[in-house]
Design a protein around this ligand. Structure first.
Ligand SMILES: [Zn+2]
Length: 168
């Protein structure tokens, strides 16, 4: 009894954020940690170079059209739309980068790569295809089935309440 409580005290002193992190990393299999980190960092590099490429393209196009100088209204509005699409794409990539950074943070805390529903490890194959998956394949499929059922139920309820509203 005394032994147990003194152990508890030591545990409390040790439990800084750093200690918790170290413990979390130990708990996760080393190979898997490296693998997941590799997946995320590879994705990060890909997106970074894509964004940089796009930004270069936008700048190059901008310079080109300035030299051309004479664009009729239709052409220039088309360019604006293209710029807007480019901008939207870059913004989307930036959001993905944020998600990757967050996933890397979660990986450090050893909360990345586990199913949100059942707590099992999400397979590396699945994470490679879907780096932001929060559920394992089984739970995701079960969830989709449930969602479909819920939608159907909601539709039926909606139809029923509409009928009641019309009567009232
Ligand atoms: Zn699961």
């Amino acid at each position: 009894m005394n032994d147990a409580s003194s152990e508890g005290k030591d545990g409390l002193i040790m439990s800084g954020q750093q200690a918790a992190k170290e413990q979390a990393k130990e708990n996760m299999k080393r190979g898997r940690y490296d693998e997941l980190k590799g997946i995320l960092e590879e994705r990060r590099r890909e997106i970074m170079s894509e964004v940089q490429g796009r930004m270069r393209d936008v700048r190059a196009e901008g310079a080109g059209s300035a030299v051309q100088g004479v664009l009729d209204a239709a052409e220039s509005s088309e360019l604006d739309i293209q710029d807007e699409i480019e901008f939207a794409l870059i913004q989307m990539k930036a959001e993905t980068l944020n998600k990757i950074d967050e996933a890397l943070r979660r990986l450090e805390e050893a909360t990345y790569g586990y199913c949100f529903e059942c707590g099992e490890e999400i397979s590396e194959r699945r994470l490679r295809a879907l780096p932001f998956a929060v559920r394992c394949k089984d739970c995701e499929e079960a969830r989709e089935v449930k969602q479909q059922r819920d939608r159907l139920m909601a539709q039926r309820r909606g139809a029923a309440s509409l009928f009641i509203d019309m009567q009232g």
